[in-house]
Design a protein around this ligand. Sequence first.
Ligand code: KMH
Ligand code: ZN
Length: 276
Amino acid sequence: MEKLIITAAICGAEVTKEHNPAVPYTTAEIAREAKAAHEAGASIIHLHVREDDGSPTQSKQRFALAMDAIRAAAPHVIIQPSTGGAVGMSDAERLQPLSLHPEMATLDCGTLNFGGGEIFTNSEDTVIQFASNMQRLGIKPELEVFDRGMIQMVHRLQEMSLLEGTPHFNLVLGTLFGMPAGIADLLYLVDSLPRPSTFTTTGIGRNAFTTACASILLGGHVRVGFEDNVYLAKGVLARSNGELVDKVVRLAKELGREIASPQETRMILGLQREQP
Ligand code: KMH
Ligand code: ZN
């Protein structure tokens, strides 16, 4: 089977130090967590940034600082900024990190109820606009799918010739009102993907490691990190993103998958260029 790509979602936009004191806010903390995750085996860092007080931002300047600090701490790692940002941000705000020409970025493929009054809004027009910006800039989108219908949006993007190469998905399981995290749910999503595709899988909260195992066995890839889950095991907070990645590496070894380096990840995903 292909080597395993591990993505570390080190920071997120919603999780706070109240959930886990190791959640990074400052540039230095973000670089520390990226380095720990990379040294444990992550080849992609999925990146959100914060103000020093922890409030989420999509500021280009803040992303530039974080990306420079990550490159200094973990020179070869692939940096994948979020264009999802936080609930309530405008499209223009969310698009800012693309102007820094990352190799990859997330492309959220539909709207999702986040609970209470919170709605993560991604209209068809928004998704198309984000996809065309990424195509123009040569940035590989990771297609974020939270429910089955969002794969239909990817078909639309393919019909419009807005995607280059083999599409790469992140199947996010176990959000409040999105796709649940059962094995049958994952199988259904994987079976629904366009062929060929590559996919990584994210299990939210307590689903993190069961979902990781299922994805490893199916030939998919794995995302873990504080954005999605702050626990190493039931009731045990992870001390760093590195601990979460390390657990995936142990599971992968037991299940017979080797871990992909950043350069191997670039080959698997068909990334066009390495960053300076
Ligand atoms: N924070 C969520 C509203 C992404 O990074 O593209 C959006 C999110 C998805 O985290
Ligand atoms: Zn994210």
